[in-house]
Design a protein around this ligand. Structure first.
Ligand SMILES: Nc1ncnc2c1ncn2[C@@H]1O[C@H](COP(=O)(O)OP(=O)(O)OP(=O)(O)O)[C@@H](O)[C@H]1O
Length: 122
């Protein structure tokens, strides 16, 4: 019972830290703010055009993944700056690769958006 309680307390503490991290991202990171803003606009647009259940699922997943990957990119940048605050080609490469991963999914999200909205608008 004691183990079960400490497990639950630990899980709740992890959720608290995760909320704290999400709050830091949403309130301090310009790129995350932009993605959240786009997510809100797309959600509004979804109601306007009347997305199907499947389209809502795909849109929610896409918006969530864009923001989550952007968040991981921010964490990579923070680690890079922490372990090596000065300029270094390796740090530049690490940041470029991390930004590249964000870019790949951002392009994917645009393609998903075109596939969902193009037939509804045109
Ligand atoms: N310490 C460094 N050493 C070498 N190159 C760096 C370093 N820091 C940044 N760079 C180069 O500058 C680019 C931008 O880095 P930066 O940390 O400013 O990211 P950013 O995309 O501007 O971040 P944000 O998403 O916070 O705006 C990197 O992708 C990398 O090419």
């Amino acid at each position: 019972m004691e183990n079960k309680e400490s497990f639950l307390v630990n899980r709740l503490r992890s959720i608290k830290y995760a909320f704290k991290g999400a709050w830091i991202l949403v309130t301090t990171e310009a790129s995350i703010k932009v993605q959240v803003f786009i997510g809100i606009i797309m959600t509004g647009l979804g109601f306007v055009v009347g997305l199907s259940r499947t389209e809502w699922i795909i849109q929610c997943l896409t918006i969530g993944l864009v923001i989550a990957i952007e968040g991981i990119n921010t964490a990579v940048e923070e680690i890079a700056d922490f372990i090596h605050p000065d300029k270094h080609t390796k740090i530049g490469l690490i940041k470029d690769i991390s930004a590249g991963a964000v870019f790949i999914f951002a392009v994917t999200a645009i393609i998903v958006g075109i596939l969902i909205y193009f037939p509804k608008i045109f």
